[in-house]
Write a protein that binds this ligand. Structure first.
Ligand code: ZN
Length: 250
């Protein structure tokens, strides 16, 4: 890990939206800088292209606008509840498959272990030569290892659905506040997850190149309702994947 000097760190911490906001004129990422006023320094975001006509915007104002923009994606509690509850149902049923398979693999592993114990007895009572024993034990060990790898894959898929759903609801009811409360590195990861290609800011309005599927879903009630109602509910899966990604990154 590279340790930043205090000055550098302080500077870096002050501009969460730099390299995220984009200039609509030349498509470059905006930078964050200070301009010295007579008595005070002003922090602002600005375009780095020479001669670009993009007007710098004060940092506090840009960030205020961004929090307002995030608010526009917040939805009523009822709808968020509906969305998450459908997703929860889907995930629980999917989890059940993983749980069943895990239980089955565990059983297979314990059978292999008792098989190994049995051949140990056979070498003790002289039925097997040492060579035969080693060969057989090695085969069984290899099988046990591969089953254990399979098992951990399935177990990794089992997550605490209730906690996840609670966490997700809280984020999507309060997107804006959630962002405000994060420190700068987390702000950066979170905003990037919501708007993977950054966001244009012009005339105090935002325009996005692309929003994440999760925002698309919560930003359009009709779209979400039609999709959640569809059988199979693949989108629930995607939706929760988004929440999991947030919970792992933030
Ligand atoms: Zn520009």
């Amino acid at each position: 890990m590279i340790l930043l000097s205090t000055r550098h760190r302080k500077y870096k911490d002050l501009f969460p939206l730099k390299k995220f906001l984009k200039c609509p004129h030349c498509d470059r990422n905006l930078a964050g800088s200070y301009s010295k006023g007579r008595h005070k320094r002003y922090a602002y975001y600005h375009c780095v292209t020479k001669g670009c006509s993009y007007k710098p915007i004060r940092q506090d104002y840009a960030e205020y606008l961004f929090t307002e923009y995030l608010k526009s994606f917040e939805m009523e509690k009822d709808f968020i509840n509906y969305l998450f509850d459908s997703a929860k149902e889907f995930l629980n049923s999917k989890q059940q498959d993983s749980k069943n398979i895990s239980a089955y693999i565990k059983k297979e592993i314990s059978l292999l272990e008792s098989k190994k114990a049995k051949i140990e007895e056979l070498v003790i009572d002289g039925t097997f030569s040492k060579d035969t024993y080693l060969k057989k034990a090695n085969e069984i060990d290899a099988e046990i290892i591969s089953k254990k790898i399979q098992l951990s894959d399935y177990e990794n898929q089992i997550i605490d659905v209730d906690t996840l759903v609670k966490y997700g609801k809280n984020i999507f009811l309060n997107l804006s506040n959630f962002w405000v409360k994060l420190d700068t590195p987390r702000k950066i990861s979170f905003q990037k997850m919501l708007f993977p290609d950054g966001i244009y800011l012009e005339n105090n309005e935002f325009r996005t190149a692309q929003i994440s599927s999760i925002l698309k879903l919560i930003g359009d009630k009709n779209y979400a309702q039609s999709i959640m109602a569809a059988p199979g509910c693949e989108i629930s899966n995607q939706f929760l994947k988004g929440v999991i990604a947030i919970s792992e990154t933030i």
